[in-house]
Design a protein around this ligand. Structure first.
Ligand SMILES: [Zn+2]
Length: 301
């Protein structure tokens, strides 16, 4: 009997580890490629999928409250990990970076950030603007403070927010990226992590102008492709030199080069993409436009 209990525990433990790796068994080409994701993950063939192509001439201009950034100055990025699909930057801080305002109802807490890139400078971004690709795209994943974790938030339609930034090729190296890119060769192999000697702030890796963006309702761009994401795709781009972009292309998956880790644009299925115009707020309301309804009314929408 004891043996039976023991065996049951082993089976439960095995099943648990299978669930934990669910969402990891996908790739970007062949049998594991995006066109096959729907066979294992039903949400990947849903009608609110990401990424998309943003046609600038077919967006709705709306006045929105300003986006407010908290703790983007805190030195919080601690480690970089090659998980076989991307490089993921994680943080640890008692003052978690967060964002409010814009299209978001309530506060969203920063969870992790990662990149998508191509095999050359002509491709790499997931979202496209007027069918144009960019050489890389950065995703910052946030979850609603109404929920306790990314996992819990993933079960609610307003659970997640991705702030996305596109890169453009520049002639000069971007000095703000030197520290991070110098560490990348240490995580060339899948499964490897490196701890940063001096943590980096989110602000350092992002463009200064984060005022204007496109926004739409979509999904995670990797399995399980859950449709719970408010996308905020910024118009200002981040410069990186060809050499800096190349460093990402030396990373490896478990068995090949880690390049072209981007999903192609998905059908809009009638979704509306919005872009923001400035709202004019008085000072008190600007500091916390979502604090109460009165504050929102103090902004001239
Ligand atoms: Zn992503």
């Amino acid at each position: 009997m004891n043996e039976l209990i023991h065996l049951t525990l082993i089976i439960v433990a095995l099943a648990d580890s299978i669930i934990t790796v669910r969402g990891q068994d996908f790739g970007y080409e062949g049998e594991e490629g995006p066109e096959h994701w729907g066979q294992k993950y039903e949400h990947c063939v849903g009608k609110h999928q990401s990424p998309i192509n943003i046609d600038e001439h077919n967006v709705e201009e709306v006045v929105m409250l300003p986006l407010l950034y908290e703790n983007f100055e805190t030195e919080s990025i601690l480690s970089a990990t090659n998980n076989g699909h991307t490089v993921q930057l994680r943080f640890e801080s008692s003052d978690a970076p967060s964002v409010t305002g814009g299209p978001l109802l309530g506060e969203y807490q920063f969870a992790q950030m990662h990149f998508h890139w191509g095999a050359n400078d002509e491709e790499g971004s997931e979202n496209k603007i007027n069918n144009q690709s960019f050489p890389m795209e950065l995703h910052l994943l946030f979850y609603s403070s109404s929920y306790g974790s990314v996992k819990e938030a993933s079960e609610h339609p307003d659970g997640l927010c991705v702030m996305a930034f596109l890169y453009r090729k520049s002639l000069e190296d971007n000095p703000n990226y030197v520290e991070l890119i110098t560490l990348l060769p240490q995580v060339n192999d899948a499964g490897h992590s490196v701890t940063l000697e001096k943590p980096i702030t989110l602000n350092k890796l992002l463009p200064e102008n984060r005022k204007f963006y496109y926004t739409y309702g979509g999904s995670l761009t990797t399995p399980p492709c859950t449709e719970v994401v408010t996308w905020i795709e910024f118009k200002d781009t981040i410069p990186l030199s060809h050499e800096q972009l190349e460093t990402f292309r030396h990373l490896r998956t478990a068995n090949s080069v880690l390049v072209r880790n981007f999903r192609p644009p998905q059908n809009l299925h009638g979704r509306i993409i919005r872009t923001n115009k400035d709202a004019v707020c008085n000072d008190a309301a600007f500091k916390n436009p979502w604090q109460n309804n009165q504050n929102q009314q103090r902004c001239r929408l």
